[in-house]
Design a binder for this molecule. Sequence first.
Ligand code: ATP
Ligand code: MG
Length: 452
Amino acid sequence: METILIVDDEKNYLVVLSAFLSGEGYETLTADSAQQALEIVETTELDLVLTDMKMPTMDGIELLMRIKEKAPDLPVVMMTAYGTVENAVEAMQLGAFNFIMKPFHNETMKQIVDKAVRTYSVLKENRRLVQALEDRYCFDNIVGKSKPIQAVFDTVQKVAHTKATVLITGESGTGKELIAKAIHFNSPRRNKPFVAVSCAALTGTLLESELFGHEKGAFTGATTMKKGRFELADGGTLLLDEIGEVPASVQVKLLRVLDEMSFERVGGTRTIAVDVRLIAATNKDLKAETEQHRFREDLYFRLNVVHIKLPPLRERSEDIPLLAAYSATKFARESNKGEITFSPEAMRFLCNHRWPGNVRQFEHAIERAVLFSKGNEITMDDLPKDLVSFADLEIPIDWQKLSNLPGTLDAIEKKLIQKALSLSNNVQSRAANLLGIPRNNLHYRLKKHNLL
Ligand SMILES: Nc1ncnc2c1ncn2[C@@H]1O[C@H](COP(=O)(O)OP(=O)(O)OP(=O)(O)O)[C@@H](O)[C@H]1O
Ligand SMILES: [Mg+2]
């Protein structure tokens, strides 16, 4: 439902206009001064401001200018009882959408308001389209040829055109948000909003108000009405990110909303119905959370209609050369560098690293390497030193073949040293660092194991 703010110092006008426009299916807010109007403009998603021209302290023209600074596209329609042509012309030059003379016929008012609201909605839709085109959330920005990621693409393609709720799980940085956008922008809803909300950032009432909105005065600090993310996503897709962090009290409400697709704003009584496609994402194991009674099982089943599991990068390391080339090209273009290549050692290192932060961490490493590389080849020296850590020294050990403790320890030590050397590109000081021992100590051990 579109929201109109009516500004007039004459309270009678506010009452009458508000009643008329509500009857025409609009949601109305009122302000009896320009100052109050500005406060509302700052905190509320509006679709139109309808303001009187002559008001004490700040007049309509100044209000118009201030609104244009804050929200340049929000349409403003001026009402004036002292209608001189100059006033109206000035307002139009300053960006008013239209003006209307008081007293006016309801029919004229309705026509002007309808037109302003419709024009603004088309404008917003075009914005979204352009944005979507720029972001190109087709599939070209999602890199991967490996089996596990191709399976993900298949599922995305299959479910995109449906309204099925999708649960996306995967470690941090595996591309959950990217996949959620791919679903949205490949769905019939692509021209409507994609709205993401991080459920971890807020708790209790604040999260509720973020999701469902609140009415003015619903709680301390709720000075104006605010629409929630469900309302903002109407017709489009809502991503509930980090769903595993939602507190129990909000889980109950979500369940009801998902079943009925309707809700009340916090502190409100009117039921608002929306049409929203829901995607939930989490890096937690939600099933395990339900077993621990931290997540409602009924909500879990409701969300888990289609499950997309994103593999960690280390389980699809065959994609790494592709991803490296993709990221390097992207960042080289941004910093005006030519084509970037990787030294064989650097590429081997990138493929063998465990990447606990997955694609996000990988991208950052490549971005940094592109910036730091002197020529157009990325070598070990350009990769962040802290990428190599003791935890990377995972070594395969055949436990069956080991018998006594001293022999076992010796064998493990030798393998560790060999791995450290290969990760460090055979630079002994780096290998010693990695192992956390002084360089001469490493030298002694190299000798002991005949590795010199
Ligand atoms: N397959 C992929 N191809 C190209 N880029 C990718 C791919 N997967 C992820 N990325 C990039 O990695 C970064 C992290 O992705 P995203 O934000 O979607 O991860 P996430 O799973 O939501 O992470 P978090 O759990 O930390 O929120 C983004 O810059 C994204 O564009
Ligand atoms: Mg995310």
